[in-house]
Every structure is written in C-alpha cells, then in structure tokens.
Design a binder for this molecule. Sequence first.
Ligand code: CIR
Length: 269
Amino acid sequence: MVDVSDDRLSFSNASCLTRAVSPKLDRCELTHAVRVPIDVELAAKQHADYEDALRRAGATVRRLDPLPDNPDGVFVEDTALVLPEVGVILRPGAASRRAEVESVAAALAEYGAVRSLEPPGTVDGGDVLRVGRTLHVGISSRTGRRGLAQLAEIVSEFGYEVSPVLVDRCLHLKSAVTQVGPGLLLANRSWIPDMDLDTEDVIDVAPDEPDAANALWIGEHVVYPSNFPRTAERLADRGVRLILVDVSEIQKAEGGVTCCCLPISRPTE
Ligand code: CIR
C-alpha cells in the first residue's frame, strides 16, 4: 500500500534548482527513446518557458552554473534528492552524467546537511518518488540495489522508508508514476506492474498516451506537458490545476517535467 499523506506543504514556496540546456543536448544519453534530431535552440527557449511555469506555480528558480560540455546537465533531478531534513547527493547510473553532481553538491551545501552515495552504488533522482514518509525507488537501468540500500540507510535516520519498485519498460520510476496532488497519483500502471496501487487514488494515463505519467506538482499547481491532451483532460476533470508547457525537445532527450527541476524545501526557508 502506498502512503499518500498530504506533503503539499513541503513543496509550497519551494526553490527549484535548474540548469541551462547544453548546446550538446543532442548527444544525450538515450535508453528507450529513439534518437531523433533535437532543435537545441528551441529546447533552450522551451526550458526558459518551463522556468517561467515554475515561477507561476510559486517557486523561486535558481539556475546552477551552466555545464556546456555535459549533454544531460539540464536534467538536475537525477543528481540529488532533497528532503526537508537532508540533501542526498546521488550517483547517477550513467557514467557520462557523474560530472554533473559536483556543482549540485556545492549548491546544496548552502541549504544544510548533505549526505552522499558512494561507489559502486547508483541512484538516479528520476527513480525516487517521495510520497509522505515513503520513498518509492525504481530499480532500473540506472538505479541498482546497492544504491537503494545506501539510500535506505541514509534516509532511515530521518524517518523515511524505502520501497523498491521494478522498472524495466521506461527510463525511470517517475516516467511511470508521479504525485499530482494530496493523496493523488498519476500512473501508467503497465510500466510498474509490481507497485501496489489497488487501494490508492490513481488517475490512469490515457491509453494512447503511455508517456503521460510524468507531472510536476508544485504547491497548488501541476506543471504538465502540453502534448498529452487526453490525460490532461483526465487531470483537469479531477480538479488538478495545470500549467501546460511545451517540452517537445526535452522529451526527445528522454526527459520530462520533473527532471529539469530539483525542488528544495528545507527548514531554513
Ligand atoms: C538520460 O538518459 O539520463 C537523459 N537523457 C534523460 C534524463 C531524464 N531524467 C529524468 O527524467 N529524471
């Protein structure tokens, strides 16, 4: 059973760390997506619009220093997990992405206590879905059991439990399920068949929009891609207040709306 207690407060007034799109985005890692040309200039414009959407949702946006030589540097979510009590510097599963971590660690140190995952463990932030005091962690091509065990040990000190979920038909757990409101999940259940959602309030993605489960809940709003109209309608019908963004070029890099933002909500705020 999934604990879907209301953690909205921990996301309101969040600071969001972001990073500019690299000019080399078209050399990004890809796992399930087929490589197609990316319009990097358009990606940068869409990313700026996305940052505006975060502000409209009430967040403060802080851009990290650019990493022009790191194609996937814009996907800051994968580099750290920020809980109200502690920041955990992660170790991304793709070796090409590990150099992204240093600048995030430096930024997080300003906000308070920080712990780090150690080799050989790997966890991508896209595999961590926090719902109340439970961290659902995807076991994926990026996140392994050793990383999960390290993460579980770190967060147990702060009263969080880790619940593993097998992910093998999409990149990350949050490609398949995200939280879109108090006690409300958005999911493509066929990608996470062993996650027990039977007793939960779940909005299913529209059948012809399998990639539509990645949504970013901030305060009273959900920042959501504009190219999933049937799932957007399902969300709106349930009263979810959407801020739609065109992230077509980010999606070509196998990214979504959660991955371009590292929300920080710490007691110091
Ligand atoms: C990668 O494969 O690592 C990037 N091209 C996409 C990462 C997307 N991250 C996320 O959804 N959390």
